[in-house]
Design a protein around this ligand. Sequence first.
Ligand code: SF4
Length: 343
Amino acid sequence: MKKYILDFTVAQFKTAVKSIIKEGYRVDQIIEWVYAKKASFFDEFTNISKELREELNKRFTLRCLKIVKKDHSIIDGTIRYAFQTIDKKYFFAVFLPNKGKNSVCISSQIGCPVSCVFCSSGKVKLARNLTRGEILEQILQIENDTKEKVSGVLFMGMGEPTLNLNNMALVLNSLLSNKEFGIGKRHITFSSVGNVPAIKKLADDNFGVRLALSLHAIDEKQRKKLIPNNFGFSIEDMLNAGGYYLKKTKSRLTIEYILVKNINDSAAAAHKLARLLRHHELLNPDVLVNLIPFNPVGGVDFQTPQEETIQKFKNILKIGGTIVNIRQAKGADIGAACGQLGY
Ligand code: SF4
């Protein structure tokens, strides 16, 4: 059976082709075709001999995902991709164009066991983790399809990335490597709903990427209601882990807060959030609070707060010394906005 080239780290690939490639520079040329030049077929490797291309083709495959559906937003140009895997499973990724500074929001798992009630990915039963190759191929396929360069990566598609930490570490190494994707660490955002030991591990491994913590609530009862399988760590533990991450990595932290009408959008909730951040020494220029007005999801009986309520919430945080942003929904017309990446 052919092996999937993107599942190999560069070091593993070198070992795997030792018997057919003697010269080190040849391997470098192949790696350049795979990552920098995003070749989908071995025939595109024009500086490699025909014999070696055929040999590679016998042993390896370059692509394992198939784009089975593509939806374009007429509002903002966002594209939602549905991918099919070799074992006939489906998941999603989103292309977010921004005048040359394009990002992708990609998946780390097929389905998600965290089951946030406001998220349609959470309604899809976890099938399995995506492999290193399947995570990276989402970016290559989107770049091939759009003919655009991707310079930012958000791990906010389907899945909780910390539950696929071994593959995610391999993915981060590849994204950060100049011989592979060469994306700056400040342009990569790792997210978690609060898997505290994994966040600490990520801090100690010091990839230096941005971390987004999905807080979404200011008391435990409310949080459990919104995120039923929230790993069981308290808000306190979570914010401490965020502070630890900041100190260790000198990177940036984003606190994600979904605003749901009459659930967590009151003025009292905004004041409490500001107090919590102050108490955990998270009122500083490296910490951003992202307010995400709830995006409608089928079968979820939640509503988006009024614009006035959203602005009021934002202003309370701002006056309390927080750097705060209201995330504009991208691709809301094609079900590609936050929480909408389900079937
Ligand atoms: S918001 Fe993220 S963690 Fe929660 S269910 Fe959706 S994909 Fe999973």
